[in-house]
Design a binder for this molecule. Structure first.
Ligand SMILES: *[C@@H]1O[C@H](CO)[C@@H](O)[C@H](O)[C@H]1NC(C)=O
Ligand SMILES: [Cu+2]
Length: 329
C-alpha cells in the first residue's frame, strides 16, 4: 500500500516577516524538493536520509544561529491553500527536525551525522477513544496551515548544514514497515559565532523498523509515545502536541519550560510541502493472510497492501477504519 504523500519544501530567506504570501516567489530555493509524493518506508535504506524522491535545490539559504525557520507542509507543491489539510488522510504522527554539519550543503549526501533540534510528537486526548484521537505533530501542521516554527539552536557553530525535516505517518504502522516517512532536506548556511557542534546519529541506523515509535498501533489507547531517534539536543526545542507555537527549550536532562517561540526572533522562513493524494484510500486488493493465523484484538487485520493475518482472535472482529486500515475490535 502506498499512501501518496511527501514533503517538499523551501527555505525562504527574509530579513523580516511581513506575510507568508511574499515567500511564494522564493518557493523551492534551497529545499531538495521531492520529485514524487511517495513516502519512504524502509528505515534501513539510505533513502531515509533525504527521501527517495530527493530533487535538486537551486541554492543554499542563510539563517542566523538562534533564528527561527518555519517549516510549511502542504499536500501539493503548488497548493498552499489553508483550506486543504497540510497532511491529510489521518496521517497522524510526530514531526521531527534534525541538522547535520557538512562541508557543502549543496553537495552533501546525508551520510554525515544528524542531531535532533526539534520535535512535536504526541499528547494524550483525555476524551479520545484511542491514539488516533490524541494530539500529534501532524495535527498541529494541519491546524496551522502546514506551518511549524523551528528554532536554530542559539550557539550553533556557523557553517553549512543539511536540515532534515520529517513527518512520520503512523496510520498503518502496526505492521512492520507500515510507518511512512515524509522527508525533505534543506541546504542551509548558519551564520554567527557559536561553537556548539553536537554529536549525532547516522541514517540509516538511527531508526529500527521495530522502534516503539515506528511500529505502533495508534488505534489503541496510548499512555505514552516514544519518539524515534535521539533526544532533542540541549538548546533545541520541543513543542507540545496540541499547542502549536508553544515550545520549550530542551536541556541536557529533562525539558524545562523556560522559553517559548518568539515571533521577534524570526530571521528566516523555511517552507515545506507535503503531498497527499486521494489515491491513498485505494485498496490494492488482497494479499491478506487467511492461512490459519489470527490477529490479536486491536491489531491490524486488513487494509490496502496488508499482508498479515486477516482473521481476528476469538472475541473480536475485523472492522475497516478506512480503505487502508482494518483492525480487530
Ligand atoms: C479528542 O477526542 C475527541 C473524542 O473522540 C475528538 O472529538 C477530538 O477531535 C479529539 N481531538 C483531537 C485533537 O483529535
Ligand atoms: Cu500517505
Amino acid at each position: 500500500m502506498k499512501n501518496l504523500a511527501s514533503l517538499a519544501g523551501v527555505v525562504a530567506l527574509v530579513s523580516s516577516v511581513t506575510g507568508h504570501a511574499t515567500f511564494q516567489d522564493l518557493w523551492a530555493t534551497c529545499a531538495r524538493l521531492p520529485t514524487s509524493n511517495s513516502p519512504v518506508t524502509d528505515v534501513t535504506n539510505s533513502n531515509i536520509r533525504c527521501n527517495a524522491n530527493q530533487g535538486a535545490a537551486a541554492s543554499k539559504c542563510s539563517v542566523a544561529a538562534g533564528g527561527t525557520v518555519t517549516v510549511e507542509m502542504h499536500q501539493q507543491n503548488n497548493d498552499r491553500s489553508c483550506a486543504n489539510e497540510a497532511i491529510g488522510g489521518a496521517h497522524h504522527g510526530p514531526v521531527l527536525v534534525y541538522m547535520s554539519k557538512v562541508a557543502d550543503a549543496a553537495t552533501a549526501d546525508g551520510s554525515s551525522s544528524f542531531f535532533k533540534i526539534f520535535q512535536d510528537t504526541w499528547a494524550k486526548n483525555a476524551s479520545g477513544g484511542g491514539g488516533s484521537d490524541d494530539y500529534w505533530g501532524t495535527k498541529d501542521l494541519n491546524s496551522n496551515c502546514g506551518k511549524m516554527d523551528v528554532k536554530i539552536p542559539a550557539n550553533l557553530a556557523p557553517g553549512d548544514y543539511l536540515l532534515r525535516a520529517e513527518a512520520i505517518a503512523l496510520h498503518s504502522a502496526s505492521g512492520l514497515n507500515g510507518a511512512q516517512f515524509y522527508i525533505t532536506c534543506y541546504q542551509i548556511t548558519v551564520t554567527g559565532s557559536g561553537s556548539l557542534n553536537p554529536s549525532g546519529v547516522s541514517f540509516p541506523g538511527a531508526y529500527k523498523a521495530t522502534d516503539p515509535g515506528i511500529q505502533i498501533n495508534i488505534y489503541q489507547k496510548l499512555e505514552s509515545y516514544v519518539a524515534p531517534g535521539p533526544a532533542v539536543i540541549a538548546g533545541g526545542t520541543e513543542a507540545t502536541a496540541g499547542k502549536a507555537g508553544s515550545t520549550v527549550t530542551a536541556t541536557a536532562g529533562s525539558p524545562q519550560p523556560t522559553a517559548s517561540a518568539s515571533k521577534g526572533a524570526v530571521s528566516s522562513t523555511l517552507q515545506t510541502s507535503v503531498k497527499v493524494t486521494s489515491a491513498q484510500a485505494t485498496p490494492t486488493g488482497g494479499g491478506g493472510n487467511t492461512g490459519g493465523c489470527t490477529a490479536a484484538k486491536f491489531q491490524q487485520c486488513g487494509g490496502s497492501g496488508f499482508s498479515g493475518c486477516t482473521t481476528c482472535a476469538t472475541g473480536s472482529t475485523c472492522k475497516a477504519q478506512s480503505g487502508y486500515y482494518s483492525q480487530c475490535v
